[in-house]
Design a protein around this ligand. Structure first.
Ligand code: AMP
Length: 215
């Protein structure tokens, strides 16, 4: 069965980690608007320069920018058998635009999986997070430490702390999540697509809860 997925959850819920495991299992691409934007920032494109201002402040990049990115990405041939949207949509307006885009393509979402985590845990998770500059693999200095400090186990790339994983920015990101993204849970509950899974426990436990609701 085709899987057109949305992964929902607050920053730090582990969406990126789970998305990468779903890529392996189902051989469908992960579409992370955060990764696309960070690449544009690293490449110094006009889009990247514009997006960086919002990202560094922990705010959201304007809807029209991210909607445009996703519209183009979904047209690529690797999306024909499904995909995992990670970090998009993040506002009800983005969700409605996504519905329109998919309807025009004669398609629609099949599942929306919301990973639920206690707010208190998120700050610890996010401040300890480290990301590989080369392959975007993620680690945690306490819970998921790399074998060698500062070096990616998978590709040997350098691990760094994202600018927006610093404490002050994280607080803004969590506030933005509550105000703008959490309403999506109600939105998708209304469509009948929503499945919730507990985001506590080990990475593998969370993954098995997710695959259970998908099958
Ligand atoms: P993420 O890696 O998903 O946590 O995204 C990092 C940052 O990129 C966010 O804090 C936003 O500034 C921006 N961003 C990513 N996805 C979106 C989106 N769907 N809408 C608006 N801004 C986004």
């Amino acid at each position: 069965m085709k899987k057109n997925l949305v992964l929902l959850g607050p920053p730090g819920a582990g969406k990126g980690t789970q998305a990468k495991m779903l890529v392996e299992k189902y051989a469908i691409p992960q579409i992370s608007t955060g990764d696309i934007l960070r690449k544009a920032v690293a490449a110094g494109t006009e889009l990247g320069k514009e997006a960086k201002k919002f990202m560094d402040a922990g705010g959201l990049v304007p809807d029209d920018v991210v909607i445009g990115l996703v519209r183009e990405r979904l047209k690529e041939s690797d999306c024909k058998d499904g995909y995992i949207l990670d970090g998009f949509p993040r506002t009800v307006n983005q969700a409605k635009s996504l519905d329109d885009i998919l309807t025009k393509m004669g398609d629609g979402l099949t599942h929306v999986v919301s990973i639920e985590v206690d707010e208190d845990d998120l700050l610890t998770r996010l401040t300890g997070r480290r990301t590989c500059r080369e392959c975007s693999a993620m680690y945690h200095i306490t819970f998921e430490a790399p074998k060698k400090s500062g070096v990616c186990d998978k590709c040997g790339g350098e691990l760094y702390q994202r600018d927006d994983d610093k404490e002050e920015t994280i607080k803004s990101r969590l506030k933005v999540y509550k105000q703008q993204t959490e309403p999506l849970i109600t939105y998708y509950r209304g469509t009948g697509l929503l499945k919730t899974v507990p985001g506590t426990g080990g990475i593998k436990d969370i993954f098995s809860s997710i695959t259970k609701v998908l099958e």
